[in-house]
Write a protein that binds this ligand. Sequence first.
Ligand code: TRP
Length: 341
Amino acid sequence: MARKRVTSGMRPTGSIHLGNLLGALDNWVRLQEEYDCFYFIVDWHALTTPGGGDAVGFENVGDLSANVHGMAIDWISAGLDPDKCSMFVQSHVPEVAELHLLFSMITPLGWLERNPTYKDMVQGYKIENPSLGLLGYPTLQSADILVYKGEFVPVGKDQEAHVNMTRDLAQRFNSLYGRDVFPITQALLTDVPKVPGRDGVDRKMSKSSGNYIATSLSADETTKKIRTMFTDPVKIRKDDPGHPDGCVVYAFHGIYNRAEQSVIRSECEKGERGCVDCKMQLSEKMNAALEPIRDRRVELEADPERVREILGAGADSARSIAMDTMREIREVMNIPTRENV
Ligand code: TRP
């Protein structure tokens, strides 16, 4: 029986951080064992928002190639295996752009204007003249998914609205043309650990808030980032009783040092554990977990051609599927062919 298809993408932000790793990539790595997976670096989406923050954007597209290459290294070193999944660059499959164009004919403007991410973007970046590209972001994302007839899309809660729109669009297309061309896509909201920023347990780790730990850092650099993590502000001395629930270091022990977390809690609360030692212990565990990723990174950085080959092979296999889909779509939509005009 054919394996079900999983599709997902990430914007090329330069380097990924622990939030991306724990919140998405680790899950992608697991999924490649059971599904037919298509993972793409969405360089076109990066052009929809101005530079800075989580976005790359049209103001510094010069970095885009480097960022895409860097993200491919991040992905492979995190465990994505080119023998088990297709990983590639969104724009290397131009059929996506064609499907986006055709979808734009059946996407009601109201859906796009109501999209919460659009409103957040416009307000967050104070964009005075939003572009058609930004407004159409979810339509492009739908093309990303549906050109491969993606059935499942592993994403975070923040992307749920986009995946729901993909499903609505697929349904709309199928009913307008009276053919079950597209599957009804579902978001895969897998249980992933909540990854706090270094600045507080209620803050999400993100590139734009600068509170992240990049997976590309060395062990020493990672330790430095741990040293400045937010802990309990009222615990000044080692023997002051602490409050682990508001402490970022404690939260990370829950991810990288689960076995000892309850001991750590009670020692901290009783004033038997200093924050400095607690951080050093975390640093050991976290660095041990990141070690294999760093080793693979070193190999890939020494062999940029290998990275390009992987992306090229991924694009080839993705493209042949995308071409099949587009042939079908053109036929269903009655787009004139060279033969029948
Ligand atoms: N919008 C997604 C994000 O910002 C990235 C993305 C683009 C995506 N195309 C996709 C995710 C297709 C899943 C499927 O994270």
